[in-house]
Ligand binder design. Structure first.
Ligand code: ZN
Length: 213
């Protein structure tokens, strides 16, 4: 089963990807994680990526697709893509890659969330600088902002501010949002209300994926 996750910032894409992976044994392909992983390796493509990033340039779609193709080699149960495709060109390129491999996209899960709800989530987010645990102050009931695991004072990430959120959201609307109609026309789009709790969102995802089989 090949799934694509499509979502604006703060819709819980990473969390849902993890839940999908543990339930369906598909492989999680996050392009950010792929690039970080390849930076530590010594093959020719990794060297190329290091040079591009050192020069402050963007890694091309071709390279990202090559990395995805490699991952798909060992993904017997399929993949869940998180962070790719980000625009129409990439969507078409990914379609061509799957065709070459004799596969197809089975579902595109669109986690929809109103902009204001997403923004509130970002502004309520705290992380533990010691162990990396993430908290949402809208949900947590605590007197002091201390990590439940290691009692360190929680902090807001520097990029979890209103300005950065607005910028990321604008980029998403301009580049990625058009993919909704792209996949809708192909009959692949499944819209999920992502303003619910993460367990509830995942329950809906399970229901929808069950209907595919
Ligand atoms: Zn901690």
């Amino acid at each position: 089963m090949n799934i694509i996750l499509l979502a604006p910032p703060a819709a819980g894409k990473g969390t849902q990807a993890e839940l999908i992976v543990s339930k369906y044994q598909v492989k999680h392909i996050s392009t950010g994680a792929l690039l970080r992983k390849s930076l530590k390796q010594e093959d020719s493509i990794s060297k190329e990526i290091r040079e591009i990033m050192k020069a402050g340039k963007l890694v091309s779609d071709q390279i990202i697709l090559e990395l995805i193709e490699k991952e798909m080699d060992t993904a017997k149960e399929g993949v869940v893509l998180d962070g790719f495709p980000r625009n129409r060109v990439q969507a078409i390129e990914y379609e061509q890659l799957l065709q070459k491999l004799g596969q197809k996209v089975d579902a595109v899960l669109y986690l929809s969330i109103p902009k204001e709800v997403a923004k509130k989530r970002i502004l309520a987010r705290r992380t533990c600088p010691n162990c990396g645990k993430i908290y949402n102050m809208q949900i947590e009931e605590m007197l002091e902002e201390l990590c439940g695991s290691c009692h360190t004072s929680l902090v807001s990430r520097e990029d979890d501010n209103e300005e950065t959120f607005d910028l990321r959201y604008e980029t998403y609307m301009r580049e990625t949002n058009p993919l909704i109609s792209f996949y809708q026309e192909k009959g692949l789009l499944i819209e999920i209300d992502a303003s619910l709790k993460k367990e509830e969102v995942f329950e809906v995802i399970e229901q929808k994926l069950r209907m595919l089989n």
